[in-house]
Design a protein around this ligand. Structure first.
Ligand code: SF4
Length: 509
């Protein structure tokens, strides 16, 4: 069937209507769910502070009911996700009402991708960043994969529609690898793991501007499709963006995953593309440079280029965007955030311009690639580049860092990692949103969202459940990482890691 995108009016989160629209969507696309049916929503964050960040439970409920009604020979009806910002997925599911939703639908398995085996999938395309990627076992074994993203803007990749939702088909330790200036390439590479047979995006209340704390936008649309590139291209057209300007869409298109030209996409449904565009008029996407984002606040941001691989002049996929998301989280939890923050200077990348800090004002260099050699507040400061080439990061050896370890690390860094008077360096690539939050809490003496009383009990309970499940898996001898069947034995393509101290670039396969 030609790539088809269905635009349907959907004024609210009425489950029966969503079920009917999803059922009709499956019929239009000639799809019959079968075998292991896995739905991947976007539950990056949830709860009362993040009401518009995730695919709503009512939306998921309607889609699941339609899948079951339309299906034949379904052996498992499941939802799977790895939420964001170092939270246990259990915490995000609870905040989004997914456990109650699964009970209402009945017979639905909720997979927590941070608690299952990660299966290695080989990559063979010439443009790949690495030879293999890991993905949770339920993704690797799904027969009928359904992508259920949220229609949102994104500070790292302009938008997060269908393709970008794949960042949640990796657990944290694999997800953070290449989550830097080459994030768009990573998202394009993730497309080789699996392609969805059916896509249904929650565009009823869309999210403007950001991805964790988006501004609600009444779009009142349910959009469905059968081709991920075509789907994202139409969503871009709806908000007035050229799909080819979004790098991961362009790359996936160039690699043959689907069309972006509307001539090659059937756009059908009870809402025309022109009408959808009118609904989306004024929608603000992401992609604001960090210097501009903090204009008019006490945070003065500076950024130089990230490492030269990939030819980028700005790290769109890493630390700067994480700082933008972090400040918005803090503003939600502490309305006095901007007034409490003392004048602070935050520097990313290889920066060789002026840093206008007065004596006594804190300067923070963030990320392994930060580099500087100059004067700050009447003292000479040298910040060395600590960036380690991505070819040296072997996903098989990647270690996870949970939120409590991050709290400890940031706490130590903020106290001990002073490279000069009032100058601090935070290491990491990327330095995550959670670490940015903790650093800003420390600098501004702000309320720590992780200690918020309404969150603390649920968070601790979800964390303990996650840890217990992971420990049980270990005791049962189930390894966290499992080489995929194609990679066992000698056939497994290994990264050709250089000996310590060797800087020779690796040959890419
Ligand atoms: S350290 Fe941060 S800014 Fe530098 S490349 Fe890594 S993610 Fe980007």
């Amino acid at each position: 069937m030609r790539p088809t995108v269905i635009l349907r009016a959907c004024p609210d989160y009425d489950v029966e209507r969503i079920e009917r629209l999803a059922f009709e969507g499956l019929e239009t696309l000639g799809l019959t769910p079968h075998g292991r049916v896995l739905c991947k929503p976007n539950v990056v964050a949830s709860g009362k502070h993040f009401p518009h960040a995730h695919t709503r439970a009512e939306f998921m409920e309607g889609v699941l009911k339609a899948l079951r009604r339309k299906g034949q020979g379904i052996t498992e009806l499941a939802v799977g996700e790895r939420c964001g910002i170092t939270m246990p997925t259990r915490f995000a599911y609870r905040g989004a009402g997914y456990y109650a939703m699964a009970r209402r639908v009945g017979g639905v398995t909720l997979h927590h991708f941070d608690e299952v085996a990660q299966v290695e999938i080989p990559m063979y395309h010439p443009e790949r960043l690495r030879d293999s990627l890991f993905t949770p076992e339920p993704v690797a074994t799904a027969d009928f994969f359904v992508n259920c993203p949220k229609f949102k803007a994104h500070p790292w990749t302009t938008v997060t529609f269908s393709m970008k939702n794949y960042i949640g088909i990796q657990d944290d330790r694999h997800r953070l690898i290449d989550h830097d200036h080459r994030l768009n390439e990573k998202v394009a590479d993730l497309q080789y793991i699996v392609q969805p047979q059916f896509i249904a995006i929650d565009g009823i209340i869309a999210g403007e501007g950001r991805m964790l704390t988006p501004i609600p936008f009444d779009l009142k649309l349910m959009i469905m499709g059968n081709n991920q590139v075509a789907f994202d291209a139409v969503c871009c057209h709806i908000i007035g963006i050229d799909p080819l300007s979004v790098d991961h869409i362009r790359m996936a298109h160039e690699r043959g995953f689907g069309p972006v030209d509307l001539k090659h996409i059937d756009v059908v449904g009870d809402v025309s593309l022109e009408e959808a565009k009118e609904r989306a008029a004024g929608f603000r996407s992401g992609l604001i440079r960090v210097e501009d984002y903090f204009q008019g606040t006490n945070i003065h941001a500076y950024s130089g280029p990230p490492p030269s691989d990939g030819g980028h002049d700005y790290c769109w996929g890493g630390c700067p965007g994480a700082l933008e998301e972090a400040i918005e989280i803090l503003r939600i939890f502490d309305s006095a955030t901007d007034t409490k923050m003392p004048p602070t200077h935050i520097v990313f990348g290889k920066y060789d311009g002026r840093i206008d800090a007065n004596p006594g004002e804190t300067v923070v260099f963030i990320g392994d690639c930060a580099q500087f050699d100059g004067r700050i507040a009447e003292q000479d400061v040298v910040i060395e580049n600590l960036y380690v080439d991505r070819s040296r990061h072997d996903p098989l050896q990647a270690k996870g860092t949970d939120i409590f370890a991050k709290m400890l690390k940031v706490g130590i860094d903020m106290r001990q990692a002073k490279v000069a008077k009032d100058v601090i360096r935070l290491k990491g690539c990327p330095v995550s949103v959670a670490e940015h939050v903790l650093a800003l809490v420390s600098l501004g003496k702000l309320k720590n969202p992780y200690y918020e009383p309404s969150n603390a009990v649920l968070f601790t309970s979800a964390y303990m459940s996650m840890r217990t499940r992971q420990a049980i898996n270990k005791l049962r001898g189930q390894p966290y990482n499992r080489p995929g069947p194609l990679l066992r034995g000698e056939a497994r393509p290994r990264l050709n890691l250089p000996a310590p101290g060797q800087d020779a670039p690796l040959e890419r396969r």
